[in-house]
Design a protein around this ligand. Structure first.
Ligand code: ADP
Length: 272
């Protein structure tokens, strides 16, 4: 009887342990699968620009007596090399952001500075495509976090808005302080009147390497990693990113971050 009692007491524990082990194993298997997937994707993505560079090098060799062709191939080779460099940088960023220590600095940063820096970084691309890039509204509000990561996140959204719009489109950035369940937050909105995103793609675009319009994003030098990086930066700051979009009408991406208490937007009363 004693033995039976002991078995009855022990066996649920054993079962629990088995369950825990099984759970750990399947979690580990999932992590491994995701990692294998990521590596497979990376290898695939790297092969394209590397292949292009080597084909272009051969073309240059073959066209050595035609300076015009050499010039043209060399320019394209530079574009592919830049794409390769961008891809490697984004892969490094993403793996750092996904690690247990994403190495973010924490300082109080004014949101209008983040937004101005992101606009300045994107201005050249906007000019090239004759896109009217404007700061529609701003506010005095700060967030706690890593200035350069936040600038990266907003720049990514602004550059996508430029890339996925027609020439002479309009891209507007606004900073809107608000509250969620009484908690102060700030929303950085990037709106375009570009090609838009179908409802079934709207969640998937935040996945690594997911691109809706492969041809267009390749042409625009896209890697499919930008939005995944934006989401990781948002989450690392206790925030989120979401999209509203209608195909053919445009998209609005909203980066929401916790606003730093005690540094709320200046109202008429408080500033006077
Ligand atoms: P990419 O480097 O291809 O731009 P992202 O991760 O930044 O990668 O974006 C993923 C995909 O989401 C893009 O390839 C594009 O299809 C779509 N996308 C992103 N931003 C926009 C936008 N503002 N308007 C329309 N489509 C967009």
């Amino acid at each position: 009887v004693e033995g039976l009692e002991l078995a009855a007491r022990v066996s649920p524990m054993v079962d629990d342990n088995v369950l825990v082990i099984a759970d750990d194993e399947s979690a580990q298997r999932r992590v491994d699968a995701v990692r294998r997937d990521f590596v497979a994707n990376i290898s695939h993505e790297l092969k394209t620009p590397i292949g292009a560079v080597s084909v272009l090098a051969e073309a240059i060799e073959a066209a050595s007596d035609d300076p015009e062709s050499v010039q043209r191939f060399a320019t394209r080779m530079q574009v592919e090399a830049a794409r390769l460099a961008e891809l490697v940088n984004q892969i490094i960023d993403l793996s750092r952001l996904q690690s247990s220590d994403p190495m973010l600095t924490r300082e109080l940063v004014a949101v209008d500075e983040i937004v101005s820096e992101a606009i300045a970084r994107s201005q050249e691309r906007a000019n090239k495509r004759h896109v009217n890039l404007i700061l529609a509204s701003t506010a005095r509000v700060s967030v706690m976090g890593d200035r350069w990561q936040l600038v990266d996140a907003v720049s990514n959204l602004v550059q996508n808005a430029i890339n996925y719009s027609d020439e002479r489109a309009r891209v507007a950035v606004s900073v809107i302080p608000t509250t969620v369940d009484g908690v102060p937050v700030v929303e950085i909105k990037v709106s375009d009147n570009g090609i838009g995103i179908r409802p079934e793609d709207q969640e998937r675009i935040f996945e690594r390497f997911y691109r809706v319009d492969y041809g267009r994003s390749r042409q625009s030098g896209g890697t499919g990693l930008g939005l995944s990086i934006v989401r990781h930066i948002a989450v690392a700051h206790g925030g989120s990113v979401r999209v509203w979009s209608r195909p053919g009408q445009g998209s609005t991406f909203t980066l929401q971050l916790p606003a730093h208490p005690g540094d709320q937007p200046d109202t008429e009363e408080s500033s006077s």
